[in-house]
Design a protein around this ligand. Sequence first.
Ligand code: SF4
Length: 372
Amino acid sequence: MQKLVPLLLDWFATNARDLPWRRTRDPYAIWVSEIMLQQTQVKTVIPFWNRWMKELPTIEAAAKAPSAKIHKLWEGLGYYTRVRNLQKAARVIVTKHGGKFPENFDDVLALPGIGHYTAGAICSIAFNQPTPILDGNVIRVLTRIFGIAKNPKEKETNQLLWQIAEDLVSRAKNTKEAKAEFTSQPSQPSRDITSCSHLNQSLMELGALVCSPRNPQCPVCPVKNLCVAFKENRVEELPNLGKREAATARRFVAFVIERNGKFLVRQRPAGVVNAHLWEFPNAEINGAKLDVPQIFKSEFGTELEKISPLCTVKHSITRYRIKLEAFSVPLEKFPTKMAGRWVAARDFDSLAFSSAHKKLASAAAKSILSGR
Ligand code: SF4
């Protein structure tokens, strides 16, 4: 531990990526980045984070923003519960903390959508507190460095990993260099502002850049001389995550229904996956034969007039492998059971669609342009 901390801090000081949220100590900006980074890669997050901070630069702005706006800003990032919780938490900060992001770890942890990892990340990065972090990246790094062979999801092993993460960040706080004044105007990380912030970020960064799940770059790793997995040639075995849950295939059919140049779209209700997002009418057909006219009739209570295949979208969400087959349906008359909003293709951009349905929206817009 004693040797590990300075190695990590030195490596981070010269190898940290220059990311937009690393140029600030604003806890709100750091919080937004941490929520966006859950389940999402850095390069994907950067434009979303820049746009969000430009449109909603303060906690108050996030608290007051209309639901349609926050969903639109999050459109394409997925896992939309994150953005709704972010707004709920912003409202709690406004009403309970006078609009100032709380510095106390328990107050941060009590905010909607913030778990131990995120609270630890915000308190360490924004306030330089010795609060540990443990996510998939950090678990990989620590199980390898310390040669921990047990499954990190098991309670005891998980507690041990949290303990190691806490020891490391506490030692960072206690290093001589870390006692230097914590600047509020950081540029690139450097040793004279070493801190809990940099120790935690060094673990995240090592996991992202060097100690990757496959083909880790051990020969250039700053901690290879201390790493048990490297010394014992067990890198590929760790972390021991047990058997992966098998992927589940799901199949959907979607109807891109057009009448007089407008398309029928619907907003998903609260409490379901992708709540509040817009989509084209669709139905899950797992196991069922793809009888499109029959599905259309049972959905809308009317016979199809005309139909043609539009496109197929394949995507993965958690363990689901989803196939969405979309059909163009031009209509002359309105069926009775057809609820939703009729929208021109040029207005699609004003609505937040889930990623798959955004692809259908562009296919629909192209089909109108090509006069199909
Ligand atoms: Fe990871 Fe290899 Fe570095 Fe060990 S030596 S921490 S396995 S990259």
